[in-house]
Write a protein of this length. Structure first.
Length: 231
């Protein structure tokens, strides 16, 4: 069904896709298990405001369980160069027994996620979960708030958790730092791995258009969390 009768304008069709994942960065979250080992798993329902990050996670996942218990995590951001590491973790879960929804999607239990992925764990400075050495961006975080999701649907509201995470440390590969600065990421050098409708993509090089927002000094967005992270 088209929604425009004017032939000079683009027409649309009404559709009902099962998911609306139009494209977000892939995040590899690491957390601590009860036995002192660590878990790492990919997700892509994430966005940032200042030094806060909102994460949407399956309530039955091992990372969700660990984050709620310990209040700590590391958010590792891979680039397209690390896509093979990420894909080795797909359809694997640290939960045992495997949750019913993941059984339906043919997930398998895997305790040794780091070994399977090929990623290298390295110590964090402010939290116990390790960072992933190969990821160009690694952010240590603590849980600030836990929120429900789909509260208006009795069947689904228990299936997803939304977490607000406060970042405490930001580690990046040195080549990402903008020349002449010490605290800015050069967007021409950073290329996130993107998940769009369950498929991997990267960014095309270069800006598609100049940005008036880009003329605003980044320092004007500075939040109190940055000073707090130094304590």
């Amino acid at each position: 069904m088209t929604t425009s009768s004017d032939s000079t304008k683009p027409s649309t069709v009404r559709i009902e896709p099962a998911i609306l994942y139009f494209g977000t960065p892939v995040v590899l979250i690491s957390t601590m298990n009860e036995d002192g080992t660590s878990n790492i798993a990919p997700m892509s329902s994430a966005f940032w405001l200042g030094w806060r990050c909102m994460l949407g996670l399956d309530a039955s996942s091992k990372n969700t369980e660990n984050l709620m218990r310990t209040g700590e995590c590391v958010l590792n951001l891979p680039s397209p160069a690390q896509v093979a590491f990420v894909d080795r973790l797909a359809r694997r879960t640290g939960s045992d027994p495997i949750p019913a929804a993941k059984q339906m999607r043919n997930y398998t239990h895997e305790k040794n996620k780091w070994e399977i992925s090929g990623l290298t764990p390295m110590p964090s400075e402010t939290v116990k979960p390790p960072r992933a050495l190969e990821c160009p961006v690694q952010m240590e975080g603590v849980l600030a708030a836990t929120n429900g999701f789909m509260a208006d649907d009795p069947a689904w509201k228990v299936g997803i958790k939304v977490f607000e995470v406060r970042i405490q440390r930001v580690h990046v590969h040195p080549e990402l730092v903008m020349e002449g600065t010490s605290d800015r990421i050069d967007p021409d050098k950073w290329s996130p791995l993107i998940m769009s409708f369950q498929k991997f993509y990267g960014l095309a090089p270069g800006q598609v258009h100049s940005s008036r927002l880009g003329e605003i000094p980044e320092a004007t967005y500075l939040s109190p969390d940055v000073a707090r992270s130094r304590a």
